[in-house]
Design a protein around this ligand. Structure first.
Ligand SMILES: *Cc1c(COP(=O)(O)O)cnc(C)c1O
Length: 435
């Protein structure tokens, strides 16, 4: 099968094939490996050159010593630079987001730390939404300053006007180099308007400095949210979550235009933060079921959310399907999300005691951090994923002592509800005993 193609993928009968149709075999030729239908794991550190001349030509391209010829392909050299399992995976991954290129990393944090280091320099300012993933938060606030990069945070729930005003008030708006957002925010599901961020970035860009908009798309992407379409330049993922999807690997990814990715991949080569061939192979396997998993999880979450919403022990629910009472957030949802996804947070009536009692009594749902896997997981953000944020800041972000976060898996939703129901009954019993 040799079809015409561009960066959005091959066409058939004048139409692009959809990503889910390409995940099984795109970019792999069975002739490379005894006609095996699946790509093998290229568990090798280095690759044999046919001749010394070929080795020289491959290095010239890898190190950018000369321009690539029209028909020339970058040859395989060494698995820190490139490996078939990563290359095939990256070529498939980019179709979901309509990106020109992708790079896969050893973890989400490797993707974030390497990409930011590649695109920022001393004196730069990074404006970021809050809350963001704890590791990203630490990296931006504690590691980047060592390299002379300053950060400014804004609340994910803030309006575009408020963000702009905040930036102007800092007096360093002229140093703005990147706007970094996580949408929806974890665990509150607050949405950030990517288009508004792109407009702000454009306003502060000059002829020789383009302000980059980077979006951590881990929660809804790459199936239900496509930031590049709304003006983002760079997409980051913890592929450990939905992309991997089975809670059995750690990986990350970065996607964007060819020129930006060239810088990111160069930094990856020197940081050595690429994924292993084995992880690349596992992720290829995961991509085959990505869409059906995410759709099944989202469908289950809708049923679970409806149950939680009406339960008398539940004080408040944070779920993208229930934004109707917040027209501003609902408008962003309609613009940039195609599903509410499968992350639900809720506040129980009470405090940490009630939350812990609930978690300790779950039978089917596992008590663990992380998310996006086929199994449902529950955790307590205030004492776990978000415990290094000071209580005052947590309060501003809306992360209370009675909040529970659930990542809904692919189990039957009625079984998930049965588990929640019996755990909530234990909380009710406690309250009755105390009265
Ligand atoms: C988990 C996570 C990360 C970090 O990814 P790792 O694979 O654990 O390094 C970054 N961003 C978000 C939103 C995450 O959920």
């Amino acid at each position: 099968m040799q079809l015409e193609e561009d960066h959005l993928g091959p066409h058939l009968n004048g139409k692009h094939l959809r990503p889910e149709s390409l995940m099984m075999s795109y970019g792999y030729n069975p002739e490379w490996s005894e006609m095996a239908v699946k790509a093998p794991i290229y568990q090798t550190s280095t690759f044999v050159f046919k001749t010394a001349e070929e080795g020289k030509a491959f290095f010239e391209l890898a190190y950018g010593l000369r321009e690539k010829g029209a028909e020339e392909q970058l040859g395989l050299i060494y698995s820190r630079l490139n490996n078939p399992d990563l290359e095939i995976l990256e070529n498939r991954l980019r179709f979901w987001d309509g990106a020109e290129d992708a790079a896969v990393f050893a973890s989400g944090m490797a993707a974030i730390s390497t990409s930011l280091l590649a695109l920022l320099k001393p004196g730069d300012v990074i404006l970021h939404s809050e809350p963001i993933y704890g590791g990203s938060d630490y990296y931006i606030k504690n590691i980047l300053p060592k390299f002379g990069i300053q950060s400014i945070g804004f609340q994910a729930s803030a309006t575009a006007e408020e963000v702009e005003q905040l930036l102007e008030e800092t007096g360093v708006a002229d140093k703005l180099a990147m706007i970094y957002v996580e949408t929806p925010a974890n665990p509150t599901n607050h949405l950030v308007d990517i288009e508004a961020c792109a407009a702000l970035a454009k306003k502060h860009s000059t002829a020789d400095k383009k302000v980059i908009v980077a979006v951590d798309n881990t929660f809804l992407g790459p199936v239900f949210s496509h930031p590049l379409k709304h003006g983002a330049d760079l997409i980051l993922y913890s592929a450990t979550k939905y992309i991997g999807g089975h809670s059995d690997l750690i990986a990350g990814a970065c996607l964007g235009s060819a020129p930006l990715m060239k810088q990111v991949k160069a930094m990856r080569t020197f940081m050595g933060s690429m994924a292993s061939p084995w992880t690349g192979w596992m992720l290829m396997r995961s991509l085959e079921t990505l869409k059906i998993r995410m759709e099944a999880q989202a469908k289950g979450a809708e049923v679970v959310a409806a149950y939680l919403k009406q339960h008398p022990k539940v004080e408040k629910i944070y779920y993208l399907g229930y934004l109707q009472d917040n027209p501003q957030q609902q408008a962003i949802f309609e613009k940039q999300c195609t599903s509410a996804g499968s992350m639900i947070a809720f506040d129980l009536k009470g405090g940490e005691k009630e939350a812990f009692l609930f978690l300790n009594n779950l039978k089917l749902i596992k008590l663990a951090v992380s998310l996006g896997g086929t199994e449902s997981l529950a955790e307590h953000p205030a004492s776990m994923t978000h415990s290094d944020i000071c209580p005052a800041d947590r309060a501003v972000m809306g992360i209370g002592e009675s909040m529970i976060r659930i990542s809904v898996g692919v189990e039957h939703p009625e079984d998930i509800i049965a588990d929640i129901e019996q755990a909530l009954a234990k909380v009710e019993e406690l309250v009755e005993e105390e009265v």
